[in-house]
Write a protein that binds this ligand. Structure first.
Ligand code: DAH
Length: 327
């Protein structure tokens, strides 16, 4: 009996909001879920003869907890009014504090590192792009074979789901004059076969630095890449440059990270092709630029040792719970 008085005192305190949110959630769970305090007293009640006194107290506890739940904002999205009933009371532990998704964690890690190099984050959530921004302005002509690598989902003849965040380069350069020093990120889409390493939607971070010619060279590019990789993986991490081809950069490189005895392609980069500068009416005799595109999923797979890209998108709580401590 003494104890139940203690709980009544506690629940009254909660009702009057004298404790902080986190503690509040913990406490409510303590009363609420199966094998919680209320459940326990109902169990005792069944066993004793003189039920009146205890019964009243338990009922008071129960109705108080329910009224707190009904009026508290935290629970509003979680429980529909009609679900607050006995059954629910005893079966579910409510409100589990969430955690950031591993893709968000890695994205934030990369952005924080780049912010130290004086880049500005620019948002662009325009996932539906037109052919000109996604392809033509980036020097993928209409029937260029390199379009094949970036086949996508078309909405109609002109509109498509963007295949890369590089389209943001065009949108930004059209609006602003150099010096341009931006990072941006978002979802991109590809019509490709799904495997352990590829999915038809993934996330990219894009870096663009445009300035007078005397300020920018491949040395700056290498500095940024090295700064990024060593800050994430440590000074001794093994990575390599490979000469590559992207229509919008010249020269172009890909960067592979050494992981599990294999080279995994993570980053595309290069010096902005003068054709792209022309397309956005920038004077290519005066200005030049460097651009970098990073695949966030693959980086996260290496960082967290995740074997299958599909795990990111299954919403399996057992997978997501592993990242909880990083909240
Ligand atoms: N957009 C390229 C892709 O999705 C990646 C990329 C390559 C981005 C080179 C860049 C770049 O900014 O300079 O495969």
């Amino acid at each position: 009996m003494d104890n139940i008085n203690k709980y009544i005192f506690e629940i009254n305190k909660i009702k009057n909001k004298k404790i902080n949110q986190n503690e509040f959630i913990k406490k409510i769970n303590k009363y609420f879920f199966k094998f919680g305090i209320i459940y326990f007293y109902f169990f005792i009640l069944k066993k004793i003869n003189n039920k009146k006194k205890l019964g009243q107290k338990i009922n008071f506890l129960k109705t108080t907890v329910l009224s707190i739940i009904k009026t508290n904002n935290i629970y509003k999205n979680y429980i529909k009014e009609d679900k607050i009933n006995y059954d629910f009371f005893f079966k579910k532990k409510i409100y589990n504090l969430g955690a950031k998704h591993p893709i968000t964690l890695i994205k934030e890690k990369i952005l924080n590192i780049l912010l130290k190099l004086n880049f500005t984050i620019v948002s662009n959530d325009k996932e539906i792009e037109d052919d000109w921004h996604n392809f033509q302005a980036l020097n993928f002509s209409k029937y260029h074979p390199s379009r094949k690598m970036q086949d996508t989902f078309y909405i109609n003849k002109k509109l498509l789901l963007r295949t890369h965040t590089s389209s943001i380069q065009i949108r930004y350069m059209k609006k602003k004059k150099p010096p341009i020093r931006i990072i941006t990120f978002g979802k991109v889409y590809r019509n490709e076969s799904i495997s352990k390493y590829s999915y038809n939607m993934f996330h990219q971070i894009e870096i663009l630095y445009v300035d007078k010619k005397k300020y920018i060279s491949i040395i700056n590019l290498k500095y940024i890449i090295n700064y990024l990789i060593t800050n994430i993986f440590g000074k001794k991490y093994k990575y390599r440059y490979r000469i590559s081809y992207f229509p919008f950069t010249k020269p172009s490189f890909e960067i592979d990270l050494y992981y599990n005895k294999k080279w995994i392609e993570i980053i595309g980069c290069g010096i902005v092709n003068i054709k792209v500068l022309k397309n956005v009416n920038l004077n290519y005799k005066k200005f030049t630029g460097l651009a970098i595109g990073i695949g966030i999923e693959r980086l996260a797979m290496i960082f967290y040792n995740i074997k299958d890209i599909r795990d990111f998108f299954k919403n399996d709580i057992r997978f997501l719970n592993q990242f909880k401590s990083e909240l």
